[in-house]
Structure formats: C-alpha cells, structure tokens
Design a protein around this ligand. Structure first.
Ligand SMILES: *Cc1c(COP(=O)(O)O)cnc(C)c1O
Length: 389
C-alpha cells in the first residue's frame, strides 16, 4: 500500500530514553518488580510536579481503573446518572456502567470539541450525581462553567484527564482544579507513558484512602497499626470486594523518568503543532482550536477537520495519506454510534449534531516527540496534494 520509498510514518510512537531503560533494568535487578518503592516515588513525584501540597496521588494500572475507583469512592450506584461527552473513548463512560449507574451522553461545543456546558445543564435530572469532563486532545474543557453548574446542582466532578498532562485551565494545571478527582492516563500513546498506567489525583483524603484500599483487593492496611499493634506483619483485613488495579514498579520506573520530561515533551508537541498550523492554514480545513492566551494545551492530539466543500471526504483522505505512508486516526467514533451505547440508551445521531458532524469530517494527524520537522512537512505535503487547488 505504501506507494512511496519512505518508511511508514506511524500515527503514534512513545519516546523511551536510556534513563527509563536503566531504571526498568534496576527494578528488574532489585528483586521488587510489582508495586513497591518506585510506585510510591512516582506518586510523590507526580504530586510534586502538580505542585500542590494538598493533593493525594494514587498510582493505578490504567486511567480506566482510576476513573472506576474515583466513582466507586464517590458512592455511585444503581439509579444514579453521570453526564459526559459522547465525543470520547468508551472508557470514560464504561466505568459508570461497572457501578450499575447510568450514562447520560451530551453533545460538544463545536468550537472546542469539549463538553458543552449548556448541554450538560439541560441534561441534569434529580438522579444526576456527577459530571465527567474530558479535556479533548489536551485542550481544557470549560471548567469554570462546569464547576459552577456542579456547585449549583450539588454534583461531583471527576475529570478524565487522559489527554491533559500538562494542560492548564484558569492558569492552574489540570489535576489541581476544584474537582473531586482527576485521572491521568499513561497508556502507550499518551503524552507520557508507563506502557499501561494511570494516576488518580484528589484533594479528598477519604476518597484517596478508599481508592488505595479498592486498588488492591479491598485490603485495609491502616486497620492494622504495624508500629504499635501486638500482631505480626502478616496480618491484614479485607473491608470490601476490591479490585486489582495497582501499578507495578516496572511501570513506575518508566513513569519516574517520563514525568521529568513532561514539560520538554509538551514544548516539542506544541512546536510541531504550530508547524502544522502554519503550513495547513490555506487548505479547506478547520485547524485545531488553540488554548486561550496564557493557557497550556497538552497537544496529545492534532485534530484536523475538513470543510464541507473540501475536494475529498475524510475517509478518502485517510486512504490517500496511508498510500503516502502516513498513519492517521479518528478521535473518536462517538459513543452514540457504537452498538452498546446506541442500543442501551436508544441514541440517535440527531441528538448530537456537533459531535456527529465533527466525527464525519475529522482526522488526527501524527503528533509525537520523536517526529522531526521533515516528518511534519511530509504530512503537510501529502495533505496539500490531496486537498490543495
Ligand atoms: C486513553 C483514554 C482513556 C483510558 O486510558 P487507559 O489508561 O488506557 O485506561 C480514557 N479516556 C480517554 C479520553 C482516553 O483517551
């Protein structure tokens, strides 16, 4: 299929350096490969990175696990409703169903592709318990509006920050806002990676404690005070049917060094995004929305939308790029189009016109730190060839 003599340019690639490799090898040699001192150090380093002394960081083996733990700790259950965006990955919503609660999907703001606060407000019922904003592509959702709505209606907020390290909102890093919990992902293609992993961040000490217990089988270690109690250290108590969501030290070893590079990675992504912006401005496309002045966009994704009068459609464009040896993706096939969500809640595309239209016209271009300027220029050239006059 690759009609060029150039090597295939993948849609995403992690950047793993010698420090990460050495730290993983050190972990393997240490004899302690599962959750231990490095997972603890990673939690401490993450709190220090966010720079807010009041935060508790709970390392988990995926963002999905972190979202599940946060909602579980908030007491969500059958009969409750949680409002989130249809324009997301299924993990954002599936965790609500794990707890037997119901998902209420709403449309996005077409300018930002983030949750539309007016649509959220219109979807609130007496059963609504929580909101899950997603900071799509790394651009913060309108957190001041969403927080005001949550306060007015007594709702919890759990941020899906899988794309949002480091993103700011109101000059503050996502993770330090006024939500009940924020969950980051360290999946292979995210802005920093541990292969698989995530971090639940909260100011609520009781929520953090419950998440720590439920992350490992419902084992309550504090129930046994190992310093003053008379019992030997093999003792523990199960206080709930918990989960197996702990982050291994092998993964945390990667995270310790990825985190140190998070700001440099963000700057690199931002520079590559700016290069795309400058070179694509003349084409029949809508460029990704920029962060407001003074705010930081994590640039997890570079999402381009085609104008309705573009000479070819989105699907054909992806085929053309693939033929030129360039990988792309689509974020997302909205939840309302997937059989499970569609059938469970009897959803129709007409209810989500902005997400539906965005889905039909968008594609995500390669954007990652290991790309060089020539890689961006190659994608740009292929786009000009396919879309130019
Ligand atoms: C990647 C992603 C998740 C899930 O993250 P995992 O760490 O793979 O569980 C959740 N929500 C969004 C928006 C994501 O992009």
């Amino acid at each position: 299929m690759n009609a060029t003599d150039k090597p295939f340019l993948p849609f995403a690639l992690p950047e793993i350096g010698e420090e990460e490799i050495a730290e993983v090898v050190d972990t393997l040699r240490s004899g302690w490969v599962t959750t231990g001192p490095k997972a603890r150090r990673f939690e401490e380093a993450f709190a220090a990175y966010l720079g807010d002394a009041g935060l508790h960081c709970v390392a988990v083996n995926s963002a999905t696990a972190g979202l599940h733990l946060a909602l579980e700790a908030l007491g969500l259950g059958p009969g409750d409703e949680v409002i989130t965006t249809t324009h997301t990955f299924t993990a954002t919503a599936e965790v609500v169903r794990y707890l037997g609660a119901d998902v209420v999907l709403v449309d996005i703001d077409p300018a930002t592709l983030n949750l539309d606060p007016a649509a959220v407000e219109a979807a609130i019922t007496p059963r609504t318990k929580a909101l899950i904003p997603v900071h799509y592509a790394g651009l913060a959702a309108d957190m001041s509006a969403l927080t005001a709505i949550a306060r007015r209606h007594g709702l919890k907020i759990v941020e899906d920050a899988a794309h949002a390290l480091p993103t700011t909102s109101g000059g503050r890093l996502v993770g330090t806002l006024d939500s009940d919990a924020t969950v980051f992902s360290f999946y292979a293609n995210k802005t920093i990676t541990t292969g698989e992993g995530g971090m639940l961040v909260t100011r609520n000490e009781a929520l953090a404690k419950r998440a720590r217990v439920m992350r490992l089988h419902g084992i309550d270690r504090d129930a046994f005070d190992r310093f003053t109690a008379q019992r030997p250290s093999w003792h523990y108590e199960i206080v709930a049917p918990g989960f197996k969501y702990n982050l291994t030290d092998i993964a945390a070893a990667l995270g310790l060094h990825q985190l140190k590079r998070a700001d440099a990675f963000q700057q690199r992504r931002e520079a590559l995004a700016a290069r795309y912006d400058a070179a694509l401005a003349g084409l029949p496309v809508i460029l990704p929305p920029r962060a407001p002045a003074g705010e930081r966009h994590a640039w997890h994704l570079y999402v381009l939308r085609l104008h309705d009068d573009a000479p070819i459609g989105r699907d054909a464009l992806i085929e053309r790029l693939y033929a030129a040896g360039i990988g792309c993706s689509v974020h997302y096939i909205p939840l309302h189009l997937h059989p499970y969500w569609r059938e469970r809640y009897d959803l129709r595309p007409e209810r989500f016109p902005h997400s539906q239209h965005a889905f039909e016209t968008l594609l995500s271009l390669p954007l990652y730190t290991r790309m060089c300027e020539a890689d961006v220029d190659r994608v740009v050239a292929a786009l000009h060839e396919a879309l130019g006059a």
